[in-house]
Ligand binder design. Structure first.
Ligand code: RIB
Length: 309
């Protein structure tokens, strides 16, 4: 049984230069090829969830420009329900300038544009629509008052909310405690807990600190060091899949979208994390954000069976 996934977040157009190295402050480097891709953490996560078999509604705001129109067309082409996407007049669609080096590492700066105009009224329809089988997935590339509102209504309606705290913005503990699943990377974990995660022991400490706040499931994504998971009475370290990285942009987004899909099929937590880990690993072998995300049939049969069975 496939339940609804609501992704609320940003939509960007990514302008990407792939080069050997990323310049230091004050330095100019002659880069390589230039690309434009569909991006934005919210949109990447919505596309990931949909490509991997989820039933997705994406809520965002785009500008009244050609980038915005094109974005909506692309989301529709991915089978995403776009009926709640707003168009902000006299505002540009979010843009991200991205540099990717030869190891696939990136550097990103975002001009939020219409993303910064998402309001509580844009998501308040969820208050009547959500049922407790639904999954809500959100991030912090939109105003935090919207995220806080989502946390409150999901908690009230007993709906599983996945919070990907990226890019990091501070939320008070009174909101964090109502989050069902949080998915910080190492940097975000440091901001959330003041603990530098560099091995299993430090991951345990940090995860415990987040559980103590009241969060039910803590999933720390550690790139090539895999994923650390902790909930009350359960703990696991899932190793990263070995792949040759071309571009790590949107690996975290792929992970989160995949997680929402697995949850929406009722897959258990550890299998959901394995599924998401595999999808994220696949995404780093291809260039771009949404373009790099695998479809369900591109994953190993073992992972496809997690959601089919
Ligand atoms: O997580 C990757 C994304 O971050 C990019 O697609 C970019 O748009 C920024 O939002």
């Amino acid at each position: 049984m496939k339940n609804n996934i609501y992704v609320i977040g940003s939509s960007n157009t990514d302008m990407v230069i792939k080069s050997d190295s990323i310049p230091s402050p004050g330095e100019t480097v002659i880069g390589g090829n230039f690309y434009t891709f569909q991006g934005g953490k919210g949109a990447n996560q919505a596309v990931a969830a949909s490509k991997l078999g989820g039933k997705v509604t994406f809520v965002c705001r785009v500008g009244d420009d050609s980038l915005g129109k094109n974005s909506i067309r692309q989301y529709e082409a991915q089978g995403i329900n776009t009926e709640f996407i707003g168009v902000e007049e006299n505002e540009h669609t979010g843009v991200a300038l991205i540099m990717v080096d030869k190891k696939g590492e990136n550097l990103i700066s975002v001009s939020s544009g219409a993303n910064s105009k998402i309001k509580i009224e844009d998501v308040s329809f969820l208050e009547n629509k959500l049922t407790n089988d639904d999954i809500v997935l959100t991030q912090l590339e939109i105003p935090t008052d919207v995220v806080k509102y989502l946390i409150d209504i999901c908690s009230k309606k007993n709906v599983k909310l996945i919070l990907n705290p990226a890019p990091f913005q501070r939320l008070e503990d009174k909101y964090l405690k109502k989050v069902h699943t949080i998915t910080p990377n190492i940097t975000e974990t440091k901001y959330l807990t003041e603990i530098e995660v560099n091995d299993i022991d430090s991951s345990k400490l940090a995860a415990q600190k987040l559980l103590d706040k009241g969060i039910k499931n803590v999933i720390i994504t550690m790139g090539s060091n895999g994923v650390f998971f902790m909930s009350e009475g359960q703990m696991a370290h899932i190793k990263a899949e070995k792949v040759k990285a071309l571009d790590t942009t949107a690996a975290g987004d792929t992970f989160n979208g995949a997680l929402a899909t697995a949850f929406s099929f009722g897959v258990d937590l550890i299998k959901s994390i394995r599924f998401s880990n595999a999808a994220a690993a696949f995404s780093v072998t291809r260039l771009g954000a949404q373009d790099s995300i695998p479809k369900l049939n591109e994953l190993d049969k073992k992972f496809q069976n997690y959601v089919y069975s």
